[in-house]
Design a protein. Sequence first.
Length: 317
Amino acid sequence: MKSDKRKVVLVGCGMVGMSYAYAMLNQNVVDELVLIDVNKLRAEGEAMDLNHGLAFSGSHMRIWAGDYSDCTNADIVVICAGVAQAPGESRRDLLKRNMEVFKSIIDPITESGFNGIFLVATNPVDIMTEITYKLSGFNPRRVIGSGTALDSARLRYLLGSYIQADPRSVHAYVIGEHGDSEFVPWSNAMLSTKPITDLIAESKGKLNIEELDRIEEDVRTAAYKIIEAKRATYYGIGMSLTRITKAILGDENSVLTVSANLRGEYGQNDVFVGVPCVINSAGIQRILEFSLTDEEKAKFAKSCEELRATYKELEEK
């Protein structure tokens, strides 16, 4: 860490960014929080609004609207900025526009002398994390995407409800792309140390294996349902980013499913994808490799290949 003060710079003051900032304030995660937005006036207004709640929070955070020079001694730069998809716009065109946005962000951050950790939330997060890595030239262990951390939290909530267990005692993960090709490796899903599949087999019909497929589909489509109901998702991802931030600043060695660069793990190379990782003050301390079934390996390989193909198309466009 750069100093005794925990400092985070947030780039992008939209709903996701401000849900993150609000969660950070309420959980008193940092000493200094800097807000940057292309609309400087908005960043100033958001900083004022947050500061006016300090007296009720028990926090001693310093919060202000700043610029990229404030990244110099930051521990983490969190990127939530990006453009929204226009009507009729293809995913590739959206990616191309967001790549230009990121270039306008990453270059001044690195020029400031920033030497901390990038945490990316902008969708499609796996691709945008790879773009951040390529533009920054940073060690890939210090470039982290929010990945499937939120998806895994959704899974634990739904699975815990089904088997009537506290989600905090459910150990199950969503891996792969943060998107339509993500999946649950059920062979590694546990309640404490007991496999979920064994729990179902011993339930005498009270639980059934088919319900796991419904839960997996509900996790995969959760964002679509939320967007249909309220046009956007932001509270869950804001809290997810806060959890990742705490793991970094607290040097926790906590296991979270984030978007990480694979270099041979799971038989894959040169792709950022959601996998369980040990997170500490160095960023991604290591990637955990689960023992997957042949079917799960095929699903993971397919998800990685789709991400590689998308990035290749982006480069060629």
